[in-house]
Unconditional design. Sequence first.
Length: 330
Amino acid sequence: MTMHITNLYGAWGTHVLAQQNVAKVARELGFTEMGLYFYPVDCDTGGELRKRLDGITSAVGNGDLVIFQSPSWNDLSYDKALLEVIRAHRVKLAIFIHDVITMMFEGAPEEIYPSLIEIYNMADLLIVPSEPMLEFLKEKGLAVGKVLIQPMWDLPFSGELRVPEFQRRIFFSGSLQRFQAISSWNYEIPLRLFGYDEFKGKNPNVHFEGWKNTTELLIEYSKGGFGLIWEQTARPEYYRCNQPHKLCTYLAAGIPVLIQKGLVHERTVREYGLGFVVDSFEEAADMVRNISEEEYYQLVNNIKNISFLIREGFFTKKLLIDTVNYLLLG
């Protein structure tokens, strides 16, 4: 029996990084990669698509185990066709949901959900980002019996990072189009922004740093401060049941976080002393303004162990091992 996992190429962004990080950990556990390419699917005829999918799945045999990282970001029809070809080999199939595109963007028609749920119901096991996401999908018709909840994203990183220093400042990385509320920052606590969308506000305490790759971000974060996790402007309810990638990046760098109340991992942050849960930007700024140096370093110390786990990929390793055990023995 061979274990396979899909991996996405031909695109860029956090969604691609997440898939590639999972695939990297999976390869360490003995999985074989099935490379998927992001491309204009409509340019393929039915025969051309089938040839493409046959090539992708050529190493899959009867009785194998396959993890499909969802979505492929090509098209629902592409995902369904791929899984039908995989299913023809009588495999054990797990679908690892990273994002639910229909929930992410305004204007996505509700009529898409039946097709999406039909794809998810093809799985023997489903990996979902959170309990709220699972409940939402069940309301839409999800019927998969075996389900695992993703504990947290990992960020495999083998480089050396400094111990964060006490700094009264906040970091945020992301698109200002998706997180428009960030543009309203109007406090004396410095806010350092990383991303493609240039900040056009007039607050001199907002510093736009441009785009940084993962290593550059970790180096900047590890200089000290707090990482901000906030809901997106469009479809904020989606961000309240999605697994935030920002969290693992901040924690991998060893810095405390400021997470908006109601988001996934609010309880984790509070119970493990990884930062603060806040209701507003004003409260976030007050936390940073009033924290003592001793309190800051206590938070940094609290983060050390979970930072190690994230950088070594342990959350993903356990999730993948649990998936294999559950499919083969459960």
